[in-house]
Design a protein around this ligand. Structure first.
Ligand code: PMP
Length: 386
């Protein structure tokens, strides 16, 4: 199988799994214990938790005390937004999101709005980049927080985090950044990124599912949401030590981010150029703007995504569409809709996301096998076009 869906999740690295197993089984140590317990095994688990926190902080360029372990990025995003909003002064009741945030995050925006909080959305341009002047116009003394992703999970477009941080801070508001797709694919340091809170998820960077973190700048007013003594009172609940070990090991494996980014950009460009040569009606969104190195968001004429995904499946290639499926029907991607893409084109969107396991041989195989399968379909589409 050729796996080209790394933005959905990544296969866990063998070193990650090997490091987690002893914590899960608890046969050779007391690491299965509750890190809040006072007995020997509990202390052992607590020491391991502290060591993992130090590792995570070192790799991500923050202080250990700024790391709040969570069950993943969805929880970290909710924790950040509700935690910053609830701690904001009463005259700040408006929040500003980008219009292309992750689907789960936009559901949170809707829930806030239903609860009486004003939510404003920063638009994007037709190439998927953020409209920074519109962002500036949305700032004001009533803003409680701004939430912006570092890189879009569909287009891969990189967002102007430091610029928006400056705008938010000038208005007296903190910035939360969902860096789930960015960390592991681009160099990152919390201390210099400008954000006050950053979400990440282990399973996007060769770690396990169900674990992530919120990095929270020291001194930023924050109201805990899940109450308990763990994580300095900022996120209650017995820590998932095996998952946290997996996250720390996965982060330690990221010592070659720039080299890997260059390798993936080369593979992605070869894939896009080769497909465009063979199939001239192929279109790549956000091709000319800074984007994640391994993400390719494209359509072949207006062939429905499920037709293309079916052909890819026949070739043993796993990829995904840009449509959100709900109860049998498909809705065009909210990201493409925000870019002004018509529904018929958006429903043709296919995302190929390359990652650490992707090889030049896999790209060559796809270039060799996919065009002959799609070419007759595209010819037929052209003949039947109105
Ligand atoms: N934010 C972004 C940008 C994502 O791509 C994802 C995962 N698809 C999430 C948040 C949610 O992450 P998790 O699965 O860890 O909850």
């Amino acid at each position: 199988m050729i796996y080209l869906d790394h933005n959905a999740t990544t296969p866990p690295a063998p070193a990650v799994v090997a490091a987690m197993l002893p914590v899960l089984s608890g046969l050779s140590s007391g690491l299965w214990a509750n890190a809040s317990s006072q007995h020997g095994p509990g202390q052992e688990a607590r020491r391991a938790l502290g060591a993992m926190r130090t590792t995570v902080a070192r790799v991500l360029g923050c202080k250990p005390a700024e790391v709040v372990f969570t069950s993943g990025a969805t929880e970290a995003n909710h924790l950040a937004v509700r935690g910053l909003l609830d701690a904001a002064p009463p005259e700040r009741r408006r929040v500003v999101f980008s219009s292309v945030e992750h689907a789960g995050h936009l559901r949170l925006a809707r829930a806030l709005s239903d609860g009486g909080v004003q939510v404003d959305f920063i638009p994007v341009q037709s190439d998927g980049t953020l409209d920074v002047s519109a962002a500036g116009a949305l700032m004001g003394p009533d803003v409680a927080l701004v939430s912006l992703m570092a890189a879009n999970n569909e287009t891969g477009v990189l967002m102007p985090v430091t610029e928006v941080a400056a705008l938010a801070h000038a208005a007296g508001a903190p910035l939360h950044v969902d860096a789930t797709q960015f960390i592991g694919k681009q160099p990152f340091a919390f201390s210099t990124c400008g954000a006050d809170a950053v979400s990440l998820s282990a399973h996007k960077l060769q770690g396990p599912k169900g674990v992530g973190a919120l990095l929270l700048r020291q001194g930023v007013p924050f109201a805990p949401q899940t109450l308990g003594s763990q994580e300095r009172g900022r996120r209650g609940g017995t820590e998932n030590l095996a998952g946290i070990v997996g996250l720390a090991v996965a982060l330690e494996l990221l010592d070659d981010v720039s080299a890997e980014a260059a390798r993936l950009a080369g593979l992605r460009d070869a894939l896009e150029c080769g497909l465009a040569r063979a199939l001239p009606t192929m279109h790549v969104w956000s091709r000319g703007v800074p984007r994640l190195p391994g993400t390719s968001y494209l359509r072949f004429g207006q062939l429905p995504a499920e037709v293309v995904l079916h052909r890819l499946d026949r070739l043993g290639v796993a990829a995904s569409s840009g449509a959100a499926c709900s109860s049998g029907g498909s809705e065009p991607s909210h990201v493409l809709t925000a870019m002004g893409v018509p529904a018929a084109e958006a429903l043709a969107a296919v995302r190929l996301s390359l990652g650490r396991t992707t090889t030049a041989e896999e790209v060559a195989y796809l270039l060799h096998t996919l065009p002959p399968l799609l070419e007759p379909l595209l010819r037929e589409e052209m003949l039947t076009a109105p």
